[in-house]
Design a protein around this ligand. Sequence first.
Ligand code: KIV
Length: 266
Amino acid sequence: MAKKVTVNTIQKYKNNNEKFSVLTAYDYSTAKYLDEAGIDIILIGDSLAMVALGYETTHSVGVDEMRIFTKAVSKGVQHAMVVTDMPFLSYHTDISSAVRNCGEMIKNGANAVKIEGFSEYILSVIRRLSQIGIPVMGHLGFTPQFLNSLGGYKIQGKTQEAADEIFKQAKELEKAGVFSIVLEMVPQDSAKYISENLSVPTISCGAGKYCDAQVLVSDDVFGKFSDFKPKFARKYGDMKSLILNCAKQFNEDVKSGRFPSDDEIF
Ligand code: KIV
């Protein structure tokens, strides 16, 4: 059986110049199939607020919901590393509640947590979590929890100064102890420079091909979520049509009396 992916595996990928894959999952069965497919990291992204719960932004999801999704996903995973995205306000107020909330995810099966943004306070949270054995994935560039202060879904790091600033922040996150950093909606050239000058791996979310890994929201990959599609997402399937077709056939079979058949009764 394939070995469990750990922070050491992830660092080895970086050192050996090997790419790795990250997809989101929010339920047991999906997590099980992603694991079977060989995905390296399964992220319980707070994107679930939109794609699984129908909220408008990621702000509306809380610790209680993330705990349930973390438990479901981790039950389905044997090989991949499981990372829980810490929701808005779960690590922002003080270090002790950050530790408690992140620790809850570990207790419910996560192997690491992801936290967004950069500040002196965020650095102290990362240091504290690292000290108590909770690996942290950072997240820079476009950070959805900062949607209101960034003024919308905007590409970050477009000018040389802005790219330098993201690089400076990434270096600080690395020093504080993160094991990887998501770069979201950063121009490919800026992400390339950042990736080449960091010791920890970068994970591209719309930051081009030179990062060490790629992450996408699985509902975009499967063609399940159809409210909008980010430019950087690639659709590999059409789950929306599959669900619609199955549901329509079931509906017709029930109404015409074709379901259940003699084989489907006791
Ligand atoms: O919430 C999420 O799914 C994410 C990834 C897409 C990076 O943060």
